[in-house]
Design a binder for this molecule. Structure first.
Ligand code: ADP
Ligand code: MG
Length: 709
């Protein structure tokens, strides 16, 4: 039976509406309901939104026409069946089946259980004389080809036509076929009750399928082209509501004056420029102007500053800070790690020396007496610039006149922390900086509410960092050469302690900084070497970093804690062990630790793997210097998790939408959301209400269309 006729005939007219608990649907019951809840399904409506993760083509093929190994569907009559043991814990069911073209063995393998008969369902369903639909691939058996069955169905009228069936995400104890049958009944009976969430004018303008039709066709597609059209509609909706939330957010913000007044006085800016020691590059100047323009507007700035590693974002941010300070305001400067916060604090002291600017450092390891002092001075407005980690976000940290929040290496903070910061700081100007170039589609999604500035080339006079795959010994030789002429180097290991499990999994030794430290020390016995890893106390880390910065250490053996922001211009080589364990964007960050001064620099990927796929990826990395291109590659290779920060631990951002391939659809959704918020679309009362209901359901009560315009 296909879906349309099921809907038309209402064969299974059971009483259920969208809010009916799934437990009370016929055939479910409490224990199955518990399993469904693990999948997030509590009601009939939830099941409608439990989308297939893929579909399979069950168009019926004759046995003689089967393409070997390809999964296909066959409609056959069962002639006989027998059950065998084919190993200690493995059982086998073999049925002789026949269609109009040939006779063949169909085989099921199953792990045996002591507790129950794993073949009981087959014994019930696959009986001689019955017509069944088998789904699977033809493989070579011992003597003749045989069909390895993955799934089956008892043939009913209508099965003959063959279908495209949904493959649902499952959980232990729930079976494909059971869930599919339930979904079929629920989609047939309840999808008609769903109200189309998109306004009619918008849907027509974007040429999208009606929602109910899309729901039905995505669960049980009549054809592949209709499946694609359904998917497009559902993905559009996912993108649209996120973009709508961002657009509303933005419009609300734009209507709230920040109450700060600015004049470009230059009594701090000019001396700062003079003692900086270099001129701003063209893109730095452009970005500073963009930022200053924002700051002088009556509504808050929300700007994302993207610039490759080493492009000089810090001095840009400091210029913004000085503008705020010369107008009598305070600034918060957040860094993701204590090391980085400490480094910023240090370079500030240097760059601001002689200027009447009070800055302090606040991190989790600031002693409490010190902390108290800082907090008092902060409240009295005596501190102009507070540099620190997320400790700045804690309770009890209160500013007198906070006007600007600068967030460095924002991707490290994750989406949730960013929200927390915005909530805490009220309505100041916000400048977010990142060196992880975010692929365009993702940037639009995550930062759709931000203006973007880009520093698109590095300060001149620097040669590109030469990158190559080397052996360990080649790398060590190169490092030694550099150390001998007074340069410094990094050696990066992926883990702190060698992990048994990981070693086993990877099938080879994962180098570990602590364990290898001794070996490295022997190899470089003429030089002073430091060790830096994430599990060290903040104070220890700081000491090591300070010694390296001052040149007391020549070589720093480290885990990726050095990944972000560290700026030591005298360091000219970085060796990275097990580079295959890092994402391309992360490798790019690591590479950016060198090449920050005038000396030519090198990045050495120490690789002993002969695995071609791995090396292909690393070869790519050697060739591509542009962080944006690498980020796009990373997105394709590893998915969006790396860029989403914390979001990767939760549910995926989109169930249907695909950030890699749906870029165009995403921008259509974004344009539509903007037009709607700008009031360029006529809505009925009902449509207006429905949009608000969904916004509130997904994003909380703060968001509502009515607060706009
Ligand atoms: P990132 O953008 O990665 O945060 P930084 O702000 O740390 O980069 O800058 C990298 C290095 O380049 C620093 O040592 C900084 O002082 C230097 N720098 C910044 N701007 C310029 C410039 N216009 N000319 C020369 N050096 C610069
Ligand atoms: Mg930086």
């Amino acid at each position: 039976m296909n879906l349309t006729s099921a809907i038309n005939h209402s064969v299974v007219a059971e009483r259920m509406d969208l809010s009916t608990p799934i437990q009370f649907v016929k055939g479910v019951g409490p224990s199955k309901a518990q399993l469904l809840e693990k999948l997030g399904i509590k009601t009939v409506e939830d099941l409608l939104y439990h989308f297939p993760r893929g579909h399979q083509d069950r168009k019926i093929v004759l046995l003689k026409d089967a393409v070997p190994k390809e999964k296909q569907a066959f409609l056959v009559d069962v002639q006989s069946i027998e059950f065998l043991r084919s190993g200690k814990m493995l059982g086998q069911a073999r049925a002789l089946v026949k269609d109009s073209s040939s006779l063949m063995a169909a085989v099921w393998f199953k792990r045996l259980s002591f507790k129950y008969d794993v073949f009981s369902a087959l014994k019930r369903d696959i009986i001689p004389g019955r017509r069944v639909l088998l789904y699977g691939g033809i493989e070579h058996g011992d003597h003749a080809p045989e069909l390895r069955v993955e799934d089956y169905e008892i043939a009913t009228e209508g099965t003959d036509s063959g279908k495209i069936v949904p493959i649902y995400p499952l959980t232990e104890g729930l079976y494909d076929k059971w869930l599919r049958t339930l979904a079929f009944r629920i989609v047939a009976q309840s999808s008609g009750q769903v109200f189309d969430p998109l306004p009619l004018t918008l849907r027509q303008k974007q040429n999208l399928s009606p929602y109910v039709q899309a729901l039905r066709n995505f669960h049980f597609p009549p054809s592949w082209s209709e499946r694609d059209r359904a998917r497009e509609r559902l993905a559009f909706d996912e993108f649209f509501f996120l973009e709508l939330a961002l657009a509303i957010n933005r419009s609300q913000r734009d209507q709230t004056p920040k109450g700060l007044t600015y004049a470009v006085k230059r009594n701090l800016l000019t001396p700062f420029r003079k003692q900086m020691g270099f001129e701003f590059t063209v893109p730095q100047t452009r970005v500073i102007n963009e930022i200053f323009r924002d700051m002088q507007r009556p509504t808050p700035m929300n700007r994302l500053l993207q610039g490759d590693v080493g492009s000089g974002k810090t001095v840009v941010a400091l210029s913004a800070a000085l503008l705020a300070i010369e107008n009598g305001y305070q600034v918060a400067f957040l860094a993701p790690t204590e090391i980085l916060a400490g480094q910023h604090h240090l370079s500030l002291a240097r760059l601001f020396s002689g200027l009447p600017v009070q800055s302090e450092l606040l991190t989790g390891s600031t002693p409490s007496a010190e902390r108290k002092k800082i907090l008092n001075k902060l409240k009295e407005g005596k501190i102009h610039l507070l540099v620190g980690t997320h400790a700045i976000l804690n309770e009890g940290v209160a500013f007198d006149k906070l006007a600007l929040a600068i967030i460095d290496e924002q991707h490290r903070f994750g989406v949730r922390q960013r929200a927390k910061l915005l909530a805490k700081t009220g309505n100041p100007d916000v400048l977010i900086m990142t060196a992880t170039p975010i692929p365009r589609t993702l940037a639009m999604t995550l930062y759709g509410d931000l203006d973007v500035s880009i520093i698109d080339h590095l300060p001149g006079g620097r040669s590109p960092i030469k990158t190559s795959l080397t052996t360990r010994e080649q790398a060590f030789t190169k490092i030694e050469q550099e150390l001998k002429i007074g340069r410094q180097a990094y050696l990066v290991f992926p883990l702190v302690e060698a992990s048994e499990l990981l070693t086993k999994k990877a099938g080879k030794l994962i180098s570990a900084a602590v364990k290898e430290f001794d070996l490295v020390q022997k190899r470089f016995s003429n030089f002073k070497i430091g060790l830096l890893h994430g599990q060290m106390k903040a104070e220890e880390k700081k000491q090591v970093m300070d010694r390296f910065r001052m040149g007391h250490l020549s070589l720093l053996v480290a885990t990726p804690v050095i990944e972000v922001g560290i700026d030591i211009p005298n360091a000219t080589v970085i060796g990275i062990l097990n580079p295959e364990r890092f994402g391309l964007a992360q490798l790019h960050q690591l590479r950016g630790r060198v090449g920050r001064g005038d000396h030519p620099s090198e990045c050495l990927l120490i690789q002993d793997s002969t695995d071609e796929i791995l090396n292909e990826r690393l070869d790519l990395f050697c060739l591509i210097r542009d962080g944006f291109k690498l980020a796009e590659e990373d997105l394709k290779l590893r998915g969006p998790g790396e860029f989403l920060g914390e979001a990767q631990h939760g549910l995926p951002l989109f169930k249907v939408g695909d950030l890699i391939n749906d870029g165009l659809l995403l921008s259509r959704a974004r344009e539509s959301a903007k037009a709607l918020v700008a009031g360029e679309m006529a809505l009925t009362m009902k449509e207006f209400g429905e949009l608000n209901r969904i916004l509130q359901k997904r994003f909380g009560s703060k968001l509502s269309l009515s607060k706009v315009g």
